[in-house]
Design a protein around this ligand. Structure first.
Ligand SMILES: [Zn+2]
Length: 258
């Protein structure tokens, strides 16, 4: 299985950097994609990747909630320089996007940063990992304005509606949807839209250390919990876990060129 979105490089996992990766490996997770959130994450992501190069893949990007008016350009320039100089070491630009849940007041800056990162992904021919929370209309506007200049996209931790799936597809027919622990939550509406998304457009993810799936909900999440998510997706799509693993891993390998 592949965890397509996991922040295992964060200090939350303690001094033994490899322990959390090795636990996932022993649970059948063969690859973990590490998204960046700002310029400072570049170093910690590289450090973990150098320790487990065959089990991890690197991304670099500026998360919308990390955007500060005084220094976001500085962060972006560092990320850009890193991606340009080491393009082949990276599998995606991100995470990036819009977040009006935590940061209602910075929409213009978030838009500017998202545009700059989408330009870069497009130019470097890398896919983009999108974080979009409470901002789907704004994200759709942004995509509409960029039609024809969009890199391949995954909406990580997808939280939109069924209608949004259709709206996104009219703009980017092959868009992927990151499905994580939320799908296992009792009140989640995600299970109903899984058939619409379809197994070949689902990328499994934990978004660790956040959003641990049931039965680990409330605990610190980690990539070893991907099987709980795969099992829930399998139940909803009436497929075997093996088939979910096969098809979503194939989709992830193709998307990130792993
Ligand atoms: Zn994330």
């Amino acid at each position: 299985m592949i965890d397509t979105h996991t922040h295992l490089y964060l200090p939350d996992y303690g001094d033994d950097k490899c322990a959390v990766v090795d636990r996932a490996l022993s649970c059948g997770v063969s690859m973990m994609v590490l998204p960046g959130v700002d310029a400072d994450s570049i170093g910690s992501i590289k450090e973990l990747h150098e320790l487990r190069p065959d089990a991890t893949a690197m991304c670099a990007g500026l998360h919308p909630t990390e955007i500060k008016p005084e220094n976001w350009r500085e962060h972006f320039e560092k990320i850009e320089a890193e991606l340009r100089s080491s393009r082949d070491s990276y599998v995606a630009v991100g995470e990036m996007g819009l977040d009006l849940y935590w940061e209602q007041y910075k929409l213009m800056l978030q838009m500017e940063a998202a545009e700059a990162q989408l330009d870069l992904a497009d130019e470097l021919n890398l896919p983009a990992v999108i974080h979009c929370r409470e901002a789907m209309p704004q994200m759709l506007d942004l995509m509409r304005a960029r039609k024809g200049r969009l890199p391949n996209l995954v909406f990580h931790c997808y939280s939109g509606s069924a209608d949004d799936v259709s709206r996104l597809r009219t703009l980017e027919p092959d868009v992927k949807f990151g499905i994580g622990g939320v799908v296992t939550f009792k009140k989640s509406s995600l299970p109903e839209i899984l058939p619409l998304i379809g197994v070949d457009h689902i990328l499994l993810e934990t978004d660790a250390p956040w959003l641990a799936p049931v039965p680990m909900r409330g605990k610190q999440n980690e990539s070893a919990y991907i099987p709980y998510i795969a099992t829930k997706v399998a139940q909803e799509l009436r497929m075997t876990v093996e088939e979910i693993d096969l098809r979503t891993s194939e989709a992830a390998r193709k998307f990130f060129r792993l």
